[in-house]
Write a protein that binds this ligand. Structure first.
Ligand code: AMP
Ligand code: FE
Ligand code: FE
Ligand code: ZN
Length: 287
């Protein structure tokens, strides 16, 4: 069994449509794949409708959260949420708020760049985005590639969107504890995404993670391309101490990143544990 529980589609900042994502997962030899777009469930229906025989679909999302880091500061934290009720009122409202603020933030970022002479137009960029897509820096990166400013999305991030030159505006983030409570109330399962990916910025401490267990944190993503061996070992020890589910996933974004589908995988017993923890209306799709 090969299982990849963290993948993005064009419903957020991936480059495969939800239908293309499940077909690509099948071609990559996966037995189960999760669709976990940032702050939206908009890709679920298309992915489910296009599911190739023999492939299971785990419906999920990746929430952008903020938490005290345990060292006196704040950290941006991504929370993977699986198998929750996408119609839960609190979830719907929070996503709508987040997406609206993501759009105004992207507009602000593009505006700052345009003011400095970059060949981007904030209004055009926003107008060209699909309706209600969770707008993110990757969309701005693609605009920079189209304008010939950067050769690739990766280069656009490295040279222009890294956050140290004043163009990157923080996005709206849900307090982590509130996000966990919201997903649990909607019957879902919560897994901390790439928790010790230090090169992405400040991370939360082991102590903060331990305190999230009684709140409802169910698992930790351990095998992730942005985790070195020390990060994996630290998270594995934490998961063992607190009896948490452990996952491994590629965090596939299509051609916006170089990582392949199934580059990291989750053991089958962990997917079973996730399915058992879910109490919401939305269960796994597929055989
Ligand atoms: P945002 O949420 O708008 O701040 O954008 C963050 C997103 O940008 C992440 O979810 C990644 O998908 C993407 N990202 C971050 N760094 C890179 C990079 N170096 N190359 C491509 N995509 C990246
Ligand atoms: Fe992303
Ligand atoms: Fe993430
Ligand atoms: Zn992700």
């Amino acid at each position: 069994m090969r299982i990849d529980l963290h993948c993005h589609s064009t419903a957020s900042d991936g480059t495969d449509s939800p239908a293309e994502l499940v077909v690509a997962a099948h071609l990559a030899g996966l037995d189960a794949v999760a669709i976990t777009d940032h702050d939206t469930t908009a890709g679920w229906a298309e992915a489910a409708a296009a599911l190739p025989p023999g492939l299971r679909l785990v419906r999920g999302a990746e929430l952008t959260c903020v938490s005290p880091d345990g060292r006196g500061g704040q950290a941006t934290v991504h929370l993977l949420a699986y198998l929750f009720d996408p119609h839960a009122a609190e979830v719907v409202a929070e996503y709508a708020r987040t997406r609206a603020e993501r759009r105004s933030r992207l507009h602000a970022m593009a505006g700052r760049m345009a003011a400095d002479g970059y060949p981007v137009d904030a209004d055009t960029l926003l107008a060209d985005l699909p309706d209600d897509v969770p707008a993110g820096r990757p969309h701005l990166a693609q605009a920079l590639v189209r304008a010939g400013v950067a050769a690739s999305v990766n280069e656009a991030f490295a040279k222009h969107l890294h956050g140290r030159n004043g163009y990157s505006v923080p996005s709206r983030r849900t307090p982590l504890v509130a996000a966990i409570e919201m997903i649990k109330a909607a019957g879902g399962v919560t897994v901390l995404a790439h928790g010790f990916a230090h090169r992405r910025g400040p991370t939360i401490s082991a102590g903060v993670i331990a305190d999230l267990v009684p709140v409802g944190l169910d698992g930790l993503e351990i095998d992730h391309p942005d985790h070195d061996e020390a990060a994996r070992a630290g998270l594995r020890a934490l998961a063992a101490r607190h009896g948490l589910v452990t996952t491994g996933s590629s965090d596939y974004h299509g051609t916006n990143k170089t990582i392949r589908l199934g580059a990291e995988t989750t053991p089958p017993e962990m997917l079973s544990a996730i399915a058992e923890l879910a109490t919401g209306a939305e269960l796994l799709v597929g055989s």
